[in-house]
Design a binder for this molecule. Sequence first.
Ligand SMILES: C[S@@+](CC[C@H](N)C(=O)[O-])C[C@H]1O[C@@H](n2cnc3c(N)ncnc32)[C@H](O)[C@@H]1O
Length: 275
Amino acid sequence: MTLPRPVSTAALRAALRLGGAVQTLPPRPAAVVRRASALRLTADERTAEARIDALRAALAGSADTVEVVDYGAGTRGGERPPARAVADVYRRAATGPAWGRFLFGLARALRPARVLELGTNLGVGSAHLAAALALNEAEPPERGGVAGRLVTLEGAPALAARAERALADLGHADRARVVVGPFADTLADVARAERWDLVFIDGHHEAAAALDYVRTLAPHLAPGALVVLDDVEPGRPVRRAWRALRAGRVAALRGAAAFYAGRYGLLFAAPPAGL
Ligand SMILES: C[S@@+](CC[C@H](N)C(=O)[O-])C[C@H]1O[C@@H](n2cnc3c(N)ncnc32)[C@H](O)[C@@H]1O
């Protein structure tokens, strides 16, 4: 078996240092960002991460192929989607180990009850989020223990099926649900079913689409919810959506605290009254 390499957090630390001033955030968002940016793990957290590293090693070394519907390029109806090497999909599309640890840290610090991910892919980001939920659930209520649940949306059925198996193998079958279909068909119904505490938007990386998804989600966010928007570095298409969101162009998120975390744009909705 290939042993996973230790997570290199140097690039992420540099990105976070450049990313934004934590001290400009209100107290709770600042605490959440500080906790996630520390990238430090307890023994239990290291054990959970090691299991995800093993999933990564299996994907990176896989000889399988998987049929991938490409929504960005627009797969035409009736066409059989192209088969791609799983190892290649993993390398190109899955969240890397350091950013996975950052996401995990956000979910550990925020203690979300309801988490939504747009873009499951092979389930790697989902695995980090679900691992945080499992550890949150193991905490006593006085330390913020909460039985959180993850819903993750994926348009490519074969990717969704692989992700579902991977999440079940990691013990998250009852904690994580994969919903299959284009976001245009699935998001509205999924969004209105809950009050979301943490949303990770990591699919369909175009500005108009990202803004549209945030608009759909915004009325269904819990007070103090965190929206994480992937791929907002300067020069990337989603950067325009991030700028619009920071400028308050989505009414329900006007006044949200914004933090540029190097690759992710973090938006904290207004907190519950009194916090
Ligand atoms: C960058 S990958 C997600 C990576 C994953 N979140 C992780 O952390 O490892 C984006 C995924 O979104 C899916 N996707 C993109 N646009 C979509 C759309 N409009 N509807 C449904 N799925 C879509 C793609 O099939 C792809 O698997």
